[in-house]
Structures are given as C-alpha cells and as structure tokens.
Ligand binder design. Structure first.
Ligand code: PEP
Ligand code: MG
Length: 759
C-alpha cells in the first residue's frame, strides 16, 4: 500500500498542469482502491463552494462546472466536519443532494475525506461504489493518508495554478507567499532577469591551445576584479555598513589566486577556459551546498554568482538586460549580489528571488539599500511572471500578481505613509530616547551579523547591547586564532570608545553550526548549544575570552555576555574561566611600571531558558547584568521551534505567557538591583518597546535600522500611559487580544502608521 501511495503522490507532484495532475490522480486512486468512482473537489473560498475538478466515474462534462456549497451535500458535510464520512448508502442520507448532471444514480457507497493544509480545507477527495457497503477501516485509512499527502502537494500546485488560470476570478488578486527579505513596499512591472552568462549551460570541451586559454581566463579574472571594484565604489556611496563585504570576499577569492590557479591547472589538463571554470566552480558549489549551516549553505549561490560573472567576462558579454522600463521589479531564479549591483541604479524598485532566504547576500544588500525584497518564492515558474504588474510586500513576504485597483490604492497609501514616517523618524535620530514625561531609556545596537557597527554613529545608539561573535567563526575552515579575534574585537570596541560594548561568547549549536565543527543531534535547540559547548571546550572559550580581554586593553568598554545559561554552575564555571583569562592576559600585558591597567569586564547572562526566571535571585548574586534574549525565550516558553514554518503561527512574543514572563523578569531584576536589557526582536517593534518600557527595562538593543523609529516611539509616548497599557495587557489571556489592543493603542497615540506600514 505504501508503495502505491508514494507512487500516486509522486506522479501528482511531477505533473506540471494542475488539472491533468488531478485527473491522473483520480484514475490511479480508483484503480488502486478497486472502486467505481473517485473524485476531487477543490474549495473556492471566494465563492464559498467546492468545485468538482476531477473525476473518474462521474460525467466528464460536469468537471469544472458542478459545484456544491460549503454547507451543502455530503461533500459540504465532509468539509464542515473536517473528518472522513463513510456511508453505505449515500442516496438515503439526509444531506445527500441530487445533482442529475453528474450521473451518480447507480453509486451507493460514499467515502469522503477532507484535504487539509495548515488547518485550511483545500478540497475533498471522495470514492464511490455501486455496491451499498461501508468502506473498510483500511480503505478509510488509506484515503485519509492520501489526502494528507495530497494537501502538501496541492498547496504548492495551487500556487502554480493560481497564476495561469481563473480568468473568471480576475477581480481577485493572485497572491504568493515568500520569505520577507527586505522590508518596504514596491509596486510595478516585473522584469525577468536571467544571468547573461550561465555556467550551468556550459558543455565540457577540450582544447590544445593551452596558452591562449590561460590568457583568456587571466583577462576575465582581471576584468571581474575591476567590475567588483566599481560595484563596491558605486554602492559604498549608498551603503554605510559592512554588507558590501560580499564583494570583498569575491575579490579575495580572485586575488588569492585560488580560483585562478585552479582553473589554470584544469586548462593545463586540456580543458577550454569555460569548461575549466565550470569544473572548479561546480566543485566549490557542491562543497557549500553540503554544509548543514543555513548561512554557509547560502554561500553556494555567491560562488555561482562569481562563476557566472567570470564566464560573462570570458565570453565578453554585456552584464545586463537592455530593454528595461524606467522603473521595474527585478525577478530572477536566484537574485545575486552582483545582479543587484548591476541594476540598482537603473530603476530597480523591488526584487523577488525564487530561491534564497533572508541570509542571501541579495537580501542583505537589499536591506542596506532599502529595496523591498521577497526571497524563496518557491514553486512559481519564472516565465509566468514576466511583464506582470505586481505589488511586492517586503514586510510580509507577499507578492500580489495583477492586483485590483482597491489593493493598489491601499498599498499606495501605505507607501505614502511610510515616506512620511521615515521623514519624521529621521528627525529624532540624534535626540535622546526619552518619554514625554521624562523617563529615559537607552537604545543599543545588535551587531555582528550582516549590519555593521560603523553605521551606528549615524543611528544614534549609545553602545552595542549584543555583539554576536558567531560570524567570524563561520566564514572559515578552522577556529580563528586569538590574534585574529582580538583584532576584530578591538575594531568594534574602538569604534564605540567610551560606550559599552556587550560581546556575547560563541553561541553556536541550534541552527548555527560551524563547517569544521559539525554537530548532529535530533533536537539541536535542546542540545549542545551556546555555553554548553564552550564550557565543554574551555580551550575554545579561553581563546575567545583572552582575545576579548586583549582587545579591551586600553579601551575599557567591554562587557561579556553568556548565552543559553540554564544553571548556576554554568555561571560559576564561566566566571572562573573568565577570571583565569583576565589574570593571564593582565600579567602578559600590564607592566608593573605603567599605569595602564586591564579592566575586568562586567559579566552578564542572557535570559533565554525559562528555568532561569525562577532562579533570578540566585543569578543576581553572581552576575552584573541580565539581558533577555526574547527570540529564544519565546521559543522555549512556548515550545515552538523559531525556524519551523509549520508552527510559525504559534511563535508569538505577545503570547500572554511570554509577556507575563518578561514582566516577572523586570520586577525581580529591579528588586535585586540588577540592570536589565532585552536584545531580541521584540525590542525593535513599537508595541514591544512600549510594553518593555512600561515593565522597567533600562536598555533595549536592536538592529541599526530600527533605532531611530523606536526612539521616535519612545519620544511620543508617556511613561505613565505605557504603564496603564501594560496593566491591560497583563490581564489578557490570548495573544490575539494583546495584538488587537496594542494596535488600537498605537492608533490612539498616533503611531498607527507603524502598524499599517508593518514597521
Ligand atoms: C535571542 O535569543 O533573543 C537573541 C538575541 O539571540 P539569538 O537571536 O542570536 O539567538
Ligand atoms: Mg538566543
């Protein structure tokens, strides 16, 4: 049975046309179950009915014509009850509706199962038989299993089908969901961009003209290096942070002669330059694609980008499409960083990439350039999007195809509101974050990932509240040395001289792994992660702490933060190691005759594991500060994997349990006189910031592009009023109540624009 099931589902998902896929399926099911009829009805929520889409057994001319209301007939009953209905004699059932056009008079037995994807009924799968009998338990179980599998296949087929059919529904905008890559909204016509040169289309060829081929690749490398120089120069006027590092990485790959030498070696083995390049790039891509870590896996696309650029110059082609409109939405199979650099000054308003995630360099660059972007719009054939008029909603990751006038007006209004808000927000950048009734709060930066700390000078933050140290550990093939780390940390500490910089010790494990230190576990988020790894490897921990201490010599602004703490013993052990590193580095650096001393940094813990909340007083005796990691705290309190899209609806930092936990943390910390900050995403949301302010959080740490608008929010609210809001919120029992109430409040305070703009 399992083989039959797999074969049916596989054949369904491989069929490009939805209608023929459905027809193929009903035929197969009818045969496999040895019945007289199998049918599939699909739900149309707009018309509130199920439409008979495919059948092997019912009259063919009723397909696409016969419909049954959501609350009508046996099919409607299956949809309403959301469970299988198994009836020996359907015609006698009170819900049976006679539809003469389908010719089912001879069919008596009926078994219908709902096709449900993410709680939504997508349709009904039914089988019917002349013989009046109940279908067996096994038959029922088979149909239920098939429906569950069909649901997933159908949901992506539906997306594809959505684009090319339904002319009768042209009033309804077609909507596809991707991953939000860069916030903002763009409206316009799509221009499909294919890489002019594509290594994957190169066929392997041999040549005997070795010198000539080597000369060609050398010229191409030189030209590519110049291209990246120019791109960096052009973009650096617009981008202040380190998201341009991608081009540095490309240049390094070219400069270090890695790629050049390897391609030359292949040419010497008799390959033409194009083939040699393909062989080397493919080899790198395979290596990157095999890496488990999602960030590093994304780098495979960067290597392909570099390879295609080299090929372009090898073949002396032009890098971009010539027939572009003045303004356009760029869509490509894989939008790359250099594609963005090529088009950004040519009227690019938004972008949609069929592959990639928000870790892709295209997304990182798009954020830095404030270009709305949607990534990973899976299952849409590129050709069907060309020249379509669309709305790109970079906040929600939704792409609306052929939107109607009302939707366009709504989004145009949103764009206008966004501009207005951005203008207002800019004005407060250099002012302190202080409420209307005089309560001050510190806004700090989260740094260390894509957005660089250099930008902070321009965004008005007063320090770094979370410096994530994972990235320098990731882009390499072994652990970084003490000196390498120390140079990097010193740059960070110096760029914030006299302002606190909170560096978090290595927090790998969970969804972050190092290519040279693989960890394979069934439940990585509950496993060997953060401080658990570094305490098991004091040699790694000590090198990092020593590097931080060295970097702090002469700077005095370092604070050390420990991630994933769940017990007092971990803090004791980490403190012991930190002290050891402090005394070692101190005796190595500080000469008895000089007055220059090594400052012992303050040590704090992240509150991410719920158990810590019940031991705050114990921890307060041990550390200098607490910082709540609300991203992980939410995932652990609610038992919802923060990266699992199947349960993403359940992941909500406004869940009353999370809000109450955050409030308890604030109350306890204040009683223990321990300074408290929060560095998860919640701090960068207007509603979250208001609630945290009311709870008494002293510091909020966030990504650079959020600082000014949260400052604007703080400056437009009254502390006393925020406390009243909090009192209400603490009384709610569902996340929905919290969201609705907070949206109302933001409207009343005049911050509604933030809600509508999704900011
Ligand atoms: C958090 O968990 O809230 C946090 C800031 O850490 P990260 O997102 O890096 O796990
Ligand atoms: Mg965390």
């Amino acid at each position: 049975m399992l083989t039959t099931l797999r074969r049916i589902v596989l054949e369904f998902s491989q069929e490009p046309e939805l209608k023929s896929a459905l027809l193929g399926m009903v035929g197969q099911v009818k045969k496999a179950m040895n019945t007289d009829c199998c049918s599939i009805y699909l739900a149309d929520y707009h018309k509130q009915h199920f439409l008979l889409m495919a059948s092997d057994g019912l009259a063919t001319d009723s397909l696409g014509q016969t419909s049954i209301g959501f609350s009508e007939g046996l099919v409607g009953l299956v949809g309403q009850r959301e469970e299988p209905i198994n009836i020996a004699n359907a015609q006698e059932h009170p819900h049976f509706i006679h539809a003469p056009e389908v010719h089912e008079d001879e069919l008596n037995a009926f078994l219908g199962t709902p096709i449900i994807h993410q709680r939504k009924v997508l349709g009904i799968l039914s089988i019917q038989q002349k013989q009046a009998r109940h279908f067996t338990e096994n038959e029922e179980a088979f149909l239920v299993t098939l429906s569950a599998q069909l649901a997933t296949a159908l949901s992506s087929a539906e997306i594809r089908g959505n684009l090319r059919e339904d002319h009768e529904h042209s009033q309804r905008p077609k909507q596809i969901k991707g991953i939000p890559g860069s916030s903002g909204v763009a409206i316009g016509q799509i221009a499909i961009v294919q890489p002019t040169a594509n290594l994957s289309t190169v066929s392997l060829q041999k040549s005997t003209q070795i010198e000539y081929e080597i000369q060609r690749i050398k010229c191409a490398i030189e030209k590519t290096r110049i291209d990246f120089e120019l791109m960096t120069k052009k973009l650096s006027e617009l981008i202040l942070d380190n998201s341009l590092d991608i081009f540095e990485m490309y240049k390094q790959l070219l400069n270090n002669a890695n790629i050049g030498d390897e391609v030359e070696n292949k040419i010497k083995q008799g390959w033409v330059a194009e083939s040699a390049l393909k062989l080397i790039i493919d080899h790198y891509v395979v290596q990157f694609e095999a890496i488990e870590d999602s960030y590093l896996r994304e780098r495979a696309s960067d290597v392909k980008d570099l390879g295609n650029r080299l090929l372009l110059n090898l073949q002396q082609l032009s890098s971009h499409k010539q027939d572009l409109d003045k303004e356009f939405i760029l869509v490509a199979e894989d939008v790359t960083a250099s594609m963005l650099a090529d088009y950004q000054h040519k009227g690019l308003k938004g972008l949609v990439s069929l592959s990639g995630s928000n870790n892709s360099h295209a997304a990182i660059l798009a954020r830095a350039l404030a270009i709305p972007a949607i990534m990973g719009v899976d299952g849409v054939p590129l050709g069907q999007l060309d020249q379509q008029f669309v709305i790109v909603d970079g906040y929600s990751g939704e792409l609306f195809i052929a939107p109607n006038d009302a939707l366009i007006r709504e989004y145009e209004h949103l764009i206008a509101e966004e501009f207005e808000l951005a203008d207002k927000v800019k004005k407060v950048e250099k002012l302190p974050a202080i409420t209307q009734d005089g309560r001050a709060i510190e806004l700090l930066l989260n740094a260390g990932l894509s957005s660089g700390f250099e930008q902070s000078k321009h965004v008005g933050a007063v320090g770094i509240g979370l410096y994530r140290t994972e990235i320098p550990f990731m882009n390499r093939s072994c652990f970084p040395s003490e000196q390498e780390q120390s140079i990097l940390y010193r740059q960070v500490l110096e760029s914030f001289s006299k302002q606190p910089v909170t560096m978090r010790t290595l927090d790998v494990g969970g969804d972050k792994s190092l290519p040279y230190f693989p960890i394979t576990e069934d439940n990585p988020f509950l496993g060997w992660r953060g401080i658990r790894i570094t305490l098991d490897h004091p040699e790694i921990f000590l090198v990092q702490i020593r590097a931080m201490m060295r970097a702090n010599y002469g700077n005095h602004n370092l604070e050390i933060m420990l991630p994933m703490i769940s017990s007092i013993e971990e803090v004791d052990e980490a403190t012991r190691l930190i002290n050891q590193a402090y005394y070692e580095v101190s005796s190595e650096l500080c000469d008895n005759n000089t007055t220059k001393r090594l400052t012992r940094p303050r040590i704090g813990i992240m509150i991410e594991v719920p158990s810590v909340i019940f031991q705050l007083r114990d921890f307060a005796q041990k550390v200098d500060f607490f910082s709540v990691g609300s991203n992980d705290l939410t995932q652990y309190l609610l038992a919802v994997d923060r990266n699992n899209s199947r349960v993403s609806d359940l992941y909500d930092s406004y869940h009353p349990a999370v809000i109450r936990a955050l409030n308890t943390i604030a109350e306890e910390s204040s009683k223990c006189l321990v300074p408290l900050s929060l560095c998860g995403e919640l701090a960068s949301e207007p509603a979250g910031a208001i609630l945290l302010l009311a709870m008494g959080y002293d510091k909020l740490s966030m990504n650079p592009h959020n600082v000014a608008r949260i400052k604007w929010v703080i400056r437009h609210i009254d502390f006393q009023r925020s406390k009243v809001i909090l009192t209400h919120v603490l009384s709610f029992s569902t996340a929905k109540q919290v969201h609705n109430y907070m949206n109302e409040q933001l409207e009343q305070i005049g911050l509604g624009g933030f809600v509508r703009a999704g900011m």
